[in-house]
Design a protein around this ligand. Structure first.
Ligand code: NAP
Ligand code: GDD
Length: 399
């Protein structure tokens, strides 16, 4: 079978912006599994930034290559036009964004440029090239647009009230996508996705920050998890389930907008408790506000030993007298630096339209998500511990 044909017909071709991000990587995997040719847009960076998709890379000199990356940026219109012109995709998934809410307060103009105007630039590229009838467009919209929520749970008809430069920029992206659908007949859909996580989630989003810290505390590589608002509540799902929904939206005869959510809500505090439980630590929270702390209440030594050494009984990492995990130890502390100028306190989605129209169902539970993330970060922490004990240095990345 050639790279261009599948069963005698041309392979579907997709262009994915934000290919190096969490969702870009899972979506690329999904599309390749489905037989697509996948073109991704990656940013020029001073060091490699393709770790999440390196396993998909095939030397372009080989036969039958179906995964390609192109340098590009959402702030560069001419570049986007050229990439769309050269790749001529059937489906475009616009996932690229400055996606960190807190960072958007520090870089509001850049966030608007990449997330709001970037979406416009890509839509205009389609129009300038006269591809309105050929291309299907997916916009990565977000539950952050609901912000100060006007209705619980949030659904497609719930009014928006963004609470950050990120939320406001994404609101523009949402409406300009709707406008291009209505004005030019473009098959353009918004996925209003609630928080979705995974083992490859960016390390500074709260779930990954927690699971990394739990693993590193368990291995004695770190003493404390410094965290922000523990009361914040989110509707967390698994990214693999959510990229399936993106693809489904573009397979519909008619474009439309869909909420994608798990329909369950938990606090950041509950996430922290669940993650520590994965390594055999029962935590209790004491105090209030910025003085609240998470204290080790009880330790299941058998479970902690497995967490430290690995399921296969790998290298034994001794516990006694080492590391911060002893009853009474404070392992979680609040740092108001992580509080946001305006917070989105609570998000809960109603995905019944997606379930009904797209036939979408999430396959992962919250418990599976936490378990997978902690297991992945334990493996990384064990590797770091092994390297350090062998006299090597390991990466020391910080927010
Ligand atoms: P992510 O991991 O932060 O990935 C963002 C991607 O966008 C990365 O590939 C990043 O490149 C790229 N990017 C950032 N600025 C760019 C620019 N100016 N030009 C070109 N590329 C740029 O985000 P994610 O979690 O995969 O989310 C994917 C999309 O869904 C984003 O638009 C996000 O806002 C939206 N969303 C996410 C969630 C969620 O819970 N994950 C929920 C709703 C909506 P680098 O790798 O070089 O940084
Ligand atoms: N990042 C972070 N770091 N968040 C913290 C921390 C911390 O130390 N402590 C508490 N939080 C709280 C935040 O204040 C927020 O209420 C919640 O945890 C979730 O924060 P993030 O994980 O950073 O995600 P987010 O909800 O702000 O944004 C994510 O989800 C959106 C969809 O609702 C991002 O992926 C956005 O791109 C996405 O649109």
């Amino acid at each position: 079978m050639t790279a261009d044909l599948m069963g005698g017909t041309p392979r579907p071709k997709a262009l994915v912006t934000g290919i190096t991000g969490q969702d870009g990587a899972y979506l690329a995997e999904l599309l390749l599994e489905k037989g697509y040719v996948v073109h991704g847009v990656k940013r020029r960076a001073s060091s490699f930034n393709t770790e999440r998709v390196d396993h998909l890379y095939v030397d372009p000199h080989q036969e039958g290559v179906r995964f390609f990356m192109h340098y590009g940026d959402m702030t560069d219109a001419t570049n986007l036009i050229r990439i769309v012109q050269e790749t001529r995709p059937r489906e475009i998934y616009n996932l690229a964004a400055q996606s960190h809410v807190q960072v958007s307060f520090e870089t509001p103009e850049y966030t608007a440029n990449s997330d709001a105007l970037g979406t416009l630039r890509l839509l205009e590229a389609i129009r300038i090239l006269g591809l309105e009838r050929e291309v299907r467009f997916y916009q990565a919209s977000t539950s952050e647009m609901y912000g100060l929520v006007q209705e619980v749970p949030q659904r497609e008809t719930t009014p928006f009230y963004p609470r950050s430069p990120y939320g406001a920029a994404k609101l523009y992206g949402y409406w300009i996508t709707v406008n291009y659908r209505e004005a030019y007949g473009l098959h353009a859909s918004n996925g209003i996705l609630f928080n979705h996580e995974s083992a490859i989630r960016g390390e500074t989003f709260v779930t990954r920050k927690v699971t990394r810290a739990v693993a590193r505390i368990a291995l004695g590589l770190q003493d404390t998890l410094w965290i922000g608002n523990l009361d914040s509540r989110r509707d967390w799902g698994h990214a693999r389930d959510y990229v399936r929904a993106m693809h489904l939206m573009l397979q519909q005869d008619e474009p439309d907008d869909y909420v994608i959510a798990s329909g369950e809500q938990r606090s950041v505090r509950e996430f922290v408790l669940a993650a520590f439980a994965e390594v055999g630590v029962r935590l209790v929270f004491k105090g209030e506000g910025a003085d609240e702390v998470g204290v080790v209440d009880a330790v299941d030594l058998e479970r902690l030993t497995v967490a430290r050494s690995g399921e296969e009984g790998g290298r034994h990492v001794p516990i006694d007298g080492e590391g911060p995990i002893v009853p009474g130890a404070v392992v979680v502390r609040v740092d108001p630096r992580y509080f946001r100028p305006t917070e989105v306190a609570s998000l809960l989605g109603d995905a019944s339209k997606a379930r009904r129209v797209l036939g979408w169902e999430p396959a992962h539970t919250f418990a599976q998500l936490v378990s997978e993330m902690v297991a992945h970060d334990l493996a990384e922490a064990r590797r770091d511990e092994l390297l350090r004990s062998g006299g090597f240095t390991t990466r020391n990345s910080h927010e």
